[in-house]
Design a protein around this ligand. Structure first.
Ligand code: ATP
Length: 294
């Protein structure tokens, strides 16, 4: 799927949200869309899903089956969850048995008799996810999919996303909470200043021994991370100043990044260097994710 030289604004009087932006998504890609608040992440996701009309530029080769879970599920409709999902399955031609599979997996069987307007934000969010997944999407678009989810569903979602990608689906998601970073081959694109650029992802080439670097001699750092073993689990911890250091378990030459866990652990500035040295001595690789402010 290819988005080429796309420019978009919400009407002629509004500023451009995207200008001449290009993005290529391959089958099996899981892509995180990052960017500052208001940069245009949701807009990009809606454009990719085909929910906004492209005025300038093109989007080509969009998979025919698209699942889209919005950031805020529109829960004001007068249906029960069961009736809504049956309706969505019918209009998408999905096997109605899939409803039960997804509601069980997303831990929402108990919600089936509830009316959509009565749902909590997290429960409504699950309905949004279930309807997006019902029809085996070739393109799955998730706008902040982890927002408001319970722990069990948060833990399950990366597996679900991985399964869609494994059967050749394209997954694109925004994720303020950083939960997608548990996926080893995540690609990352940033929306900023009306354009889109690719950032280093969780790919083997950016993991250590290739790009790892240690703490600079006299610079203090606020947080550090430790990494050990499988399965991949990302942990983010920031100190009061929001600074962090990441360490990653050493990947030996030829070893896949899939077997590596990346943890980020907060540590006070005064202890950062000592901790990093100790971790290196244990064979971990330490990478500076962000340096402390002066
Ligand atoms: N329906 C709309 N009509 C007019 N302007 C809109 C509309 N939706 C979004 N915008 C504007 O488009 C810009 C991009 O909004 P968008 O919601 O895509 O950003 P975002 O990166 O997803 O933001 P956030 O991180 O806060 O969710 C913002 O300036 C926003 O105010």
């Amino acid at each position: 799927m290819r988005m080429t030289n796309l420019s978009f604004r919400y009407g002629r009087r509004n500023p451009w949200v995207l200008s001449d932006a290009t993005l290529v998504l391959r089958p099996g890609d899981v892509t995180e869309i990052l960017g500052p608040n208001g940069a245009g992440k949701s807009t990009l996701l809606r454009l990719l899903a085909g929910l906004l009309r492209v005025a300038e530029g093109t989007i080509e080769d969009r998979p025919s089956v698209v699942g889209y879970a919005p950031e805020r599920f529109p829960a004001a409709q007068p249906f029960t969850v069961a009736a809504y999902l049956r309706h969505m399955a019918a209009i998408r031609g999905a096997d109605p048995r899939r409803i039960g599979e997804w509601t069980e997996r997303l831990g929402m069987d108990h919600l089936m008799g509830h009316r959509l307007p009565d749902l909590s934000k997290g429960s409504a969010h699950k309905v949004g996810l279930a309807q997006a997944l019902l029809c085996e999407p070739g393109l799955l678009i998730l706008d902040e999919p982890f927002a408001g989810l319970d722990t069990a569903t948060r833990a399950e979602l990366p597996t679900i996303i991985g399964e869609v990608a494994a059967r050749g689906g394209i997954v694109v998601a925004s994720d303020h909470q950083g939960e997608l970073r548990t996926l080893p081959d995540l690609r990352r694109h940033e929306v900023r200043d009306r354009t889109i650029r690719e950032l280093p992802g969780n790919t083997a080439q950016e993991l250590p021994g290739n790009t790892a670097h240690g703490l600079p001699g006299n610079t203090a750092h606020d947080t550090a991370g430790v990494a050990r073993g499988v399965p991949a689990q990302g942990v983010t911890a920031l100190n009061d100043s929001g600074h962090r250091i990441t360490t990653q378990d050493g990947i030996r030459p030829g070893e896949s990044s899939r077997s590596v866990t990346v943890l980020e652990v907060a540590v006070t500035t005064s202890r950062a260097e000592e901790l990093a040295d100790r971790l290196r001595a244990e064979g971990h690789v330490v990478r500076v994710a962000r340096e402390a402010a002066e």
